[in-house]
Design a protein around this ligand. Structure first.
Ligand code: G
Ligand code: G
Ligand code: MN
Ligand code: NA
Length: 251
């Protein structure tokens, strides 16, 4: 297939890029970081959706290498931001398969000079389904580097709760499907979010809600004592050069 060829040649042809979406910290409502999101643009200039190319890259076994590129690029970019602003990087299951992820992360930090406290690693529960011991070992090594481990898309999937005590997460990122349902099931969603925040607090984990698209959404979560918010209301993913200077202030 065409897409396969494109994905295969993308690193070599320099067709990958990163966009960065702001993450807000509460209660002050300041930007405390950006999530790095991988983008692929064909040689003809057509953007390819990550929902299409990431699974293909994963199938082709190219994600460990691509993921290493993402780590290096994200750290290098973030090192150019003020000290108070961190970068969040998404990791895929296959990046854990080689066992070299902790040394890759260490290398990306060293090469960029980025302080480990300014790097967050987002993983979904899909990562945790297989080879539990090997994953746990690597997460423990990663934590020892001083980076933050985030459980992404929390609340979806099958058994998120059992992962909470088995793995050393610092932060829960509540899946945006909850905010999507807010307009028609607001009362129920409020109660679920309250319970998740209480759970996070009890486990000494920070809590992020994503998918905040409107002022209505922001108001809905205002009293929940959430640590971080993310969504189109605060900013869409953008290239580093497009980030307004006002967003890159050191507080
Ligand atoms: O912007 P958005 O459409 O980028 O992202 C779609 C999906 O792709 C999300 O689930 C997101 O987590 C994932 N994604 C984006 N960038 C990366 C990346 O660098 N690595 C991995 N593994 N997933 C990513
Ligand atoms: O799975 P993950 O949380 O890493 O997914 C990140 C994806 O979510 C990216 O595709 C990003 O573009 C998308 N995204 C970020 N904020 C919003 C939002 O407010 N609404 C919607 N629909 N998608 C969002
Ligand atoms: Mn994410
Ligand atoms: Na998510």
């Amino acid at each position: 297939r065409d897409l396969e060829g494109l994905v295969r040649s993308a690193l070599q042809k320099n067709l990958f890029s990163l966009q960065f979406q702001p993450i807000m910290s509460l209660p002050r409502g300041r930007i405390c970081g950006f999530e790095a999101l991988l983008r692929l643009t064909s040689e003809a200039g057509t953007p390819v959706s990550p929902e299409l190319f990431i699974p293909v890259a994963e199938e082709l076994g190219l994600l460990p290498e691509t993921g290493e590129w993402v780590l290096n690029k994200a750290c290098e970019t973030a090192a150019g931001w003020p000290d108070g602003i961190s970068a969040a990087v998404n990791l895929s299951p296959s990046q854990f398969a080689t066992g070299s992820l902790p040394s890759q992360v260490q290398a990306a930090l060293t090469a960029s000079g980025l302080a480990p406290e300014r790097l967050e690693l987002e993983i979904t529960e899909g990562i945790l389904l297989k080879d539990t011991d090997a994953i746990l070992q690597q997460l423990t090594e990663l934590k020892a580097l001083g980076v933050t481990i985030v459980m992404d898309d929390f609340g979806t999937g099958y058994s998120s709760l059992s992962y909470l005590w088995r793995f050393p997460f610092d932060k829960l990122k509540i899946d945006r499907s909850f905010m999507e349902a807010y307009s028609h099931s607001g009362e129920t969603i409020q109660q679920i979010l309250k319970a998740i925040v209480a759970l996070g607090r009890a486990l000494k984990m920070q809590v992020t809600i994503e998918g905040i698209e409107t002022v209505f959404h922001a108001r809905a979560v205002k009293d929940l004592a959430i640590d971080n918010l993310q969504g189109y209301l605060f900013g869409k993913p953008m290239a580093d050069v497009e980030i307004p200077n006002a967003m890159l202030k050191d507080f």
